[in-house]
Design a protein around this ligand. Structure first.
Ligand code: S3P
Length: 174
């Protein structure tokens, strides 16, 4: 059976950046669910939202997530999208099929990162830089009930690649 590690958390929490670096260092396969969706559709997440709508995106996201069980047996570190745990039964499914890890930086850090690249993220469309912190606060309040179902949480002070490596090694007995 494959070993699946799921990075979950808000947009800008470092799921893709840190996940990529850690997987490379550990010699395990990195998968980015958003990238997979973009390849499959041949367009950016932003265009999928604009042309087909969020409901379509959420269905695709959930079905591609569940298709992970059909990959060749290996160890995978999967960066999910910020909304992945909060739709369908995705959170329950991830907990049943692998190890979930919630990356939880401070709202301030999230804000700084999201202001920098808010054009790529459809949910931030039309949000003024001065409103970003409030936007994060409100959406995080709705989403944390899902994020906190993760088996492990790395909070701001522990949010470093070596901590994530330690955690994964503990699970795979390395
Ligand atoms: C979303 C987060 C995005 C992407 C989509 C929706 C969300 O992923 O899946 O724009 O609902 O929070 P990142 O968390 O990688 O930005």
């Amino acid at each position: 059976m494959s070993k699946l590690f799921f990075l979950i958390g808000f947009m800008g929490s470092g799921k893709s950046t840190m996940g990529h670096a850690v997987a490379d260092e550990m010699g395990i396969t990195f998968l980015d669910l958003d990238e997979w969706i973009e390849k499959r559709e041949g367009k950016s997440i932003k265009n999928i939202f604009e042309e087909k709508g969020e409901a379509y995106f959420r269905q695709l996201e959930s079905s591609l997530l569940k298709a992970l069980t059909f990959l060749p047996e290996a160890k995978y570190l999967v960066a999910t999208g910020g909304g992945t745990p909060c739709f369908e039964d995705n959170m329950k499914w991830m907990n049943a099929h692998g190890t979930t890890i919630y990356l939880k930086p401070t709202i301030q850090v999230l804000g700084e990162r999201l202001i920098a690249d808010r054009d790529k993220r459809p949910l931030l469309k039309g949000t003024k830089p001065t409103d970003i912190q409030q936007f994060i606060h409100t959406l995080l309040q709705q989403r944390e009930a899902f994020y906190l179902q993760a088996r492990h949480t790395l909070t701001a002070e522990d949010l470093a690649p070596n901590k994530l490596i330690q955690l994964i090694k503990m699970q795979i007995g390395g």
